[in-house]
Design a protein around this ligand. Structure first.
Ligand code: PEP
Ligand code: MN
Length: 272
């Protein structure tokens, strides 16, 4: 638990429940996001993730469906009683995001975009600030303070791995950052094992490590067909394997005195 809690659409981050957020890296089609929403909801997650505006390393890579992506995300989430989390790239997107996005994600590459941080602070929208892969915990905390300084208290931090000399994983999950960041600001901290791992094979271990370090939430990429994903396919957990992953996280959470929402009966298999 953290000393501050952030509540949206009936989900509370920082309380006794460990909140699972999951979905594809990018929204690609109506069918893809609806399939994801069904399995994600049935597994016990509370948030559907999906990027509509993608910040890709290369400009020739898939950049997302844009506004249509957000509409589909909202529709799929509503159909399954989920809240939404998605990256907001710029100040101009904030007004439109209000209707479609319950938790505005600031991406790693934008962590020190001060005009965006200030604008999100003024908006009073709940914000999830991802740590830059090239920044210290201290710099991350100061970035969060830009949002808080505008009077927005609904801030959640997300550790998603930092760049080190190691190349076996895409980034290196900084496990210690979880308790340290929680202590520094008292804000809820979410762990993203997917971008840290870079390969689906290592996502489970990092998920469980995150839970054991006291994460208040998990942000996990899952896709109906990872091999065909338009973005971050290698790190996506197949939807068919996702319920089992949440189940393991639930068991570690219980050992930590936390709960994870129970799965519903439909959790067994993804929709066709
Ligand atoms: C994402 O969540 O898909 C993403 C782009 O993450 P990050 O900003 O941490 O790279
Ligand atoms: Mn991604």
């Amino acid at each position: 638990m953290s000393s501050r809690t952030v509540t949206m659409r009936g989900s509370c981050l920082g309380g006794p429940e460990l909140v699972v957020m999951a979905g594809p890296c990018a929204i690609e089609s109506r069918q893809q996001i609806f399939q994801a929403a069904e399995v994600v909801a049935a597994s016990g997650a509370r948030f559907l993730r999906g990027g509509a505006f993608k910040v890709r390393t290369s400009p020739s890579a898939f950049q997302g469906l844009g506004w249509e992506g957000w509409r589909l995300l909202r529709e799929a989430a509503d159909a399954h009683g989920l809240a939404t989390v998605s990256e907001v790239l710029s100040e101009e997107q904030i007004e439109a995001a209000r209707a479609q996005v319950d938790l505005a994600q600031v991406g790693s590459r934008n962590m020190q975009n001060v005009p965006l941080l200030r604008a999100l602070g003024r908006s009073r929208m709940p914000v999830m600030l991802k740590r830059s892969f090239g920044c210290t915990i201290d710099e991350w905390i100061h970035a969060a303070e830009y949002i808080l300084a505008e009077g927005n208290e609904d801030v959640v931090l997300c550790e998603r791995g930092i760049r080190t000399f190691e190349t076996a994983t895409r980034f290196t999950l900084d496990a210690a950052a979880v308790p340290i960041a929680k202590k520094r600001l008292g804000l809820p901290v979410v762990v993203d094992p997917s971008h840290a791992a870079g390969r689906s094979e290592w996502v489970e271990s990092l998920t469980l490590a995150g839970v054991a370090c006291g994460a208040d939430g998990l942000l996990i990429e899952t896709h109906p067909d990872p091999a065909r994903a338009l973005s971050d396919g290698p790190q996506a957990v197949a939807l068919g394997e996702f319920p089992r992953l949440v189940d393991k996280a639930r068991r570690v959470a219980q050992a930590m005195g936390r709960t994870v929402r129970e799965p519903s009966l439909r959790a067994a298999a993804p929709a066709e």
